[in-house]
Design a binder for this molecule. Structure first.
Ligand code: G1P
Length: 289
């Protein structure tokens, strides 16, 4: 069976980023670099690798640096060209007409509401969602792995990973059904449960492939955990009506929503780099000695 291809991705990027103040007072947290690429760039690259063609950003006030980042920087490019500099470093940053769209979430009403803000651009087709502060790093990207699974199962797919039981209350948690390799059937979903109520320690890790019906569900979704309209609650209502699976990502996840996770991602990516890895390793060893 063939399923409708995943052509569009939604990036909810309206969050205030208060955990990274003062760095995020005037720049969006999604523009913080891991080594020398902004977080949002990694997410867009991961989407492209998975065959996604249109990037839909749900932004808010103070987020215009994201639009500038994915535009053509005319003065910069002309000056670099005149000086004979290599412009290829900018190639992944240009999202041409049709390859991107921006819509605003005017008030912070939750992730579910942010996704719903993109409903008209998503239209009537399955789509992906990326939470850019979940930084997924692997030889094959997380979304590419999910699209592979989607091509077998169709329906809805979320990425999951295991965390220590005492950490589950910060996340959406799945009730797992049958397991087949990296694929787990999802029989229930709960957003930020108390440790004692959590159905497992498998948490939703910021990547989704969802059917467009989720937009209809979100339309009437009541406030949930934290007084916000939760995507997890809307997804939970779709279980039973449509196939729902979780993919355990074969790769490494860095929680760039926390300062320590962000520093870890920077160190890990710097150590992997051919140009600076060796030098960083020596400096890190000195600091740890
Ligand atoms: C959101 C989702 C949650 C998911 C998490 C991953 O929560 O609501 O289900 O597990 O992202 O980072 P937030 O981090 O916005 O509180």
């Amino acid at each position: 069976m063939t399923f409708k291809p995943i052509r569009k991705a939604v990036f909810p990027v309206a969050g205030l980023g208060t955990r990274f103040l003062p760095a995020t007072k005037a720049i969006p947290k999604e523009m913080l670099p891991v080594v020398d690429r902004p977080l949002i760039q990694y997410a867009v690259d991961e989407a492209r690798e998975a065959g996604i063609e249109q990037m839909i950003f749900v932004t808010g006030r103070g987020k215009s640096a994201i639009e500038d980042h994915f535009d053509i920087a005319f003065e910069l490019e002309r000056t670099m060209a005149e000086r004979g500099k290599d412009l290829s470093v900018l190639d992944p940053t240009r999202l041409g007409p049709g390859a991107c769209a921006y819509v605003r979430q005017q008030e912070p009403m939750g992730l579910g509401h942010a996704i719903w803000c993109a409903r008209d651009i998503v239209g009537d087709e399955p789509f992906a969602i990326f939470l850019p502060d979940e930084f997924m790093h692997g030889t094959t990207g997380c979304m590419a792995q999910m699209v592979q699974a989607y091509n077998e199962t169709g329906g809805n797919i979320i990425s999951v990973l295991e965390v220590p039981q005492d950490k589950v209350s910060s996340y959406g948690v799945i009730a797992p059904g049958e397991e087949k390799g990296a694929l787990t059937e999802v029989t229930g979903l709960v957003e930020k449960p108390a440790v004692a109520d959590a159905p497992s320690n498998k948490i939703i890790s910021g990547r989704y492939i969802l059917q467009p019906e989720v937009m209809r569900v979100l339309e009437n979704q009541e406030k949930g955990a934290g007084g916000e309209i939760q995507l997890t609650d809307a997804m939970a209502q779709m279980i039973g009506d449509q196939p729902f699976h979780a993919v355990t990502f074969d790769g490494k996840r860095y929680d760039c929503g926390s300062v320590a996770g962000y520093v870890e991602a920077n160190l890990a990516l710097a150590l992997e780099r051919e140009d600076i890895g060796e030098e960083v390793r020596e400096k890190a060893a000195e600091l740890l000695a």
